[in-house]
Structures are given as C-alpha cells and as structure tokens.
Design a protein around this ligand. Structure first.
Ligand SMILES: [Ca+2]
Length: 459
C-alpha cells in the first residue's frame, strides 16, 4: 500500500521501449457480479452461454480470481481508476455514489487539475477516448474532456434508461463531447457502435502508428432491467429507473449477453485491423453485483464490503505479452490496473500524483509471480471498514467486528474474531493507520440507496 511498494513493483520489470507500447482497451461493466460470467462459474441462460466472448478472452489470456474494485459503488471506484490513487482524498469520491441530482455541482466531480490516467497517457503520446459512462461530475466544472480524454461519447450520469437515455432526474443524459447527442437505439448497442467507429477512425487517421487508449465503459447490466427488446419499458420507467417492480435473472443475463456480443465485435474489429496481437484488453466491473446478480460463493453485493460487494472479474488479454489460459490468485484493486497502464505507456507522473496503485506487470508476465498486496476499504454506509492482508480479512459493519480466513471461508460466515483476538486487534490498528492518511468524511457526504427492506426482503 505504500509508495515504496509501488516503486519496487514498477522497477522490478523493465519499462517497455517506445515501440513496444500496447494499445489499451479497458472495458468496465456496471454492477456486474463476481460469478455472472461463464468463466467465473456463472450459469448459462435459457438462450445459451451468457458471456462467450469474454470467456474466450479469459481462455486466451489471464483470469484473476482474487481481484477487487476500489469501492462497492460506482463513482468512488471510477475516481480510483482515473487517478491510480486511493479515492478517499477527493471530496467527490466521498458521496456513495455521486447522485444525478448533483448536476451543476462545483464540488462533486473529478477536478480537472488532478492528473489522470488518460491525461498522462495522452501526454505520453497515446490517443485517448471514453465511450460510455463517466459518472465523475458535469461540465462546466468537470467532464471527460477536461480530464484527459480527447474524445467522449456517452453518459455523464450514474445511470440512464437504455432507450430514452434519460437519467433518474428525467433529464436527457447522452453526450458527444459536451454537446447533447440524440442517437436513437439501445444504449449497449450504441456504445458498441461508437467504440467501433472510434477504432476505425484511429486506424485510418494520420496518427495510425500511435498507440491508443480506449475506455469502453458499458452501463450494462445496471438497472433499469431492459433488454434490446424492451423499448416499451422506457416510458413507464421515466424517473423511476431503479425499476423496483421489474427485472428477472433471465432479463439480467440477456443484458450481459448484449454487452458480450458488443465486446466480441470489438475484438473482431481489432483482429481485422491487425491490432489484436498488440492490444491489451482488460475487462472488469466497477463494483459487485446488484439484486439479480450471481455473486456465488460470496456474500453481499453492491454497497457492501463483504466480498460480494467488492470482488469482481478481472480478465486480461494481450497475445504479445500474456500467455493463454492463465489463472492467478494475485490480489489487486482497480487502481493497480491504472498504475499498470501508466507503466505500460511509459507515462511520467508528476510529483504529488504518484500512484497508490501497484503495477501488475510481473503477474501479467508470469501468473505465478504473485506478491503481497494488502488492500483496504471504507464506507460511510453502515460505517463499514475492511482490510484484506494475505488470507485474512478484517471487517466492521454497523459497529460489529469480524475476522475471516478467506482461504478457508470466502463466504465470510465463520467469524474468527473470538479465536484470534490478537490478529483482530493488529488488523484493526493496521486499518486505522491506513485510514489516518485521509481527511475525515465531511458531514455533508451522502449515501444514496435505491431500495430497502420495504422494497424487497433482506436475506
Ligand atoms: Ca456500478
């Protein structure tokens, strides 16, 4: 977790030369759970395999079984992804999550002065674009074009209807750059089409020899529960996107499947362009699964610091550098991938913005070359605290403290706190020391929940 650890990890592997820098396609799903994909043990849908294209990337690349999101909720994880740093230093990251009612806020967003992953890669010679979800504040104070992306097409809010493209406030929320965009269609498919257009434009343009960084941030499979065939739901769901009276496991699986089809088309396009070999494709989710998700064998989901809220799929595919069929137990966080991409891009980081993330390059080269990677989290919601160090996890929820041996019990049902009081105390102290480096949570930070026991029974 320390700067020293970061330095050690990034200097352990020689930085690739200028000619060896890969293109990067970083794909983020929204609220996808740990076991929703076939390659993580997910069940097939009534139509067949849910995620054949992502599964194929995993089979031909590297799959992480112990990878995590920086937060169990959208926008805080995205702050960490953009900055390669613990998100808790930035005010906007302390709302859980940024609410669409915050449009116009000068506080709740990613400050343009903050160095970012896309900005540093751009400065190092990469072409950059975000297609899909931003969720880090609105212009004129914030926005992807103000934080390092040269191109943006997508959604600024935390969630929109897949057909009307309106956010929870009922306002239209689809943009090209900073101008409203009124493309018609199912958002997952539109995101795919725009990603393909961007790849084609880069392949044909004058800078075709330069590497690119494409952030491909699907909103799938986040609510509302709409498949490609459900345009009729958009009107009744206006201003009630949480869709508490709809959805099903099968609807949810089809939403993932639509995204997976799009990812397959992106992979095909890269192959057609002759770029697949030299492109790092990463797939993950911004937080654990929501109500229809499969998080087995983990407990909890979005908003929880139990494993189901934070452990997520991580798949990396890069034929030039990653051997096929690998599986690794390396522990990692979202921001570690940001640090990895900065290292791959040879992007210098200005003083004061050094990554807290640790480069994963050694593990990409050798899945067995795992290293110690303590990780911690906190949430205003329910006063949650968590620290994972090796096999052990310290957890606090609603004032109750727990200690779990995840090697024996990743479902977090066998509380070891009474058996190992010294370890519990040591990990509590370790969490407190980690937390002491951040400013306290301000009194006006908010927690936004879309449902409660009145909507569906707790487990
Ligand atoms: Ca999310």
């Amino acid at each position: 977790m320390s700067a020293a650890a970061t330095t050690a990890a990034t200097t352990a592997v020689a930085a690739p030369g200028p000619g060896a820098r890969p293109n990067i396609v970083f794909i983020v799903a929204d609220d996808l759970g740990y076991a929703d994909l076939g390659c993580y043990g997910g069940r097939p849908g009534p139509f067949g395999a849910v995620s054949p294209h992502i599964d194929a990337l995993a089979a031909a690349g590297l799959r992480f079984t112990q990878g995590y999101a920086n937060s169990p909720v959208c926008s805080p994880t995205r702050f960490a992804l953009m900055t390669a740093r613990w998100q808790y230093r930035l005010r906007g990251a302390l709302d859980e999550p940024i609410n669409s009612r915050s449009k116009g806020s000068a506080t709740l967003g990613l400050p343009p002065a903050q160095p970012t992953l896309p900005g540093l890669l751009r400065d190092a010679g990469y072409r950059t674009a975000l297609v899909g979800k931003w969720h880090l504040g609105y212009p004129p104070h914030f926005g992807p074009l103000r934080s390092g992306y040269e191109r943006f097409w997508g959604v600024m809010a935390g969630g929109v209807d897949y057909f009307s493209h309106c956010s929870g406030t009922g306002e239209h929320d689809l943009y090209e750059g900073e101008a409203p965009c009124h493309d018609v269609g199912y958002l997952t498919d539109l995101i795919t089409e725009r990603a393909l257009q961007q790849l084609d434009a880069w392949a044909a343009g004058p800078g075709a020899a330069r590497p690119f960084f494409l952030s491909l941030h699907y909103t799938a499979p986040h609510w509302p529960w709409e498949t490609r065939d459900d345009a009729h739901l958009a009107e009744p769901l206006h201003r009630r996107l949480a869709h508490l009276d709809g959805g099903s496991v099968h609807t949810y699986q089809r939403m993932i499947h639509h995204m997976d089809e799009g990812i397959g088309r992106v992979v095909q396009a890269l192959a057609r362009q002759g770029r697949l070999h030299d492109t790092l494709i990463v797939f993950t989710s911004d937080n654990g699964g929501e109500r229809f998700s499969d998080n087995w064998p983990l407990v909890g989901g979005k908003m929880d610091l139990t494993e189901g809220g934070i452990r997520v799929p991580w798949v990396a595919h890069w034929p030039a550098a990653i051997a096929p069929g690998g599986v690794t137990a390396q522990h990692c966080l979202t921001m570690d991938w940001s640090a990895t991409m900065l290292a791959l891009g040879g992007a210098p980081v200005p003083p004061g913005a050094e990554p807290d993330g640790v480069s994963l390059l050694p593990v990409l080269a050798d899945p067995a070359a795992t290293f110690a990677r303590p990780m911690a989290w906190r949430m205003l919601h329910r006063g949650q605290r968590a620290l994972r160090d090796g096999d052990w996890k310290y957890l606090q929820v609603d004032g109750h403290e727990y200690l779990f041996d995840l090697a024996a019990d990743e479902r977090e049902r066998a509380n070891q706190a009474g058996r190992h009081p010294e370890r519990l105390a040591a990990m509590r102290t370790q969490w407190q020391a980690w937390n002491a480096q951040f400013p306290p949570v301000p009194a006006d930070a908010t927690v936004s929940l879309v449902s409660g026991p009145q909507d569906m029974p707790a487990r």
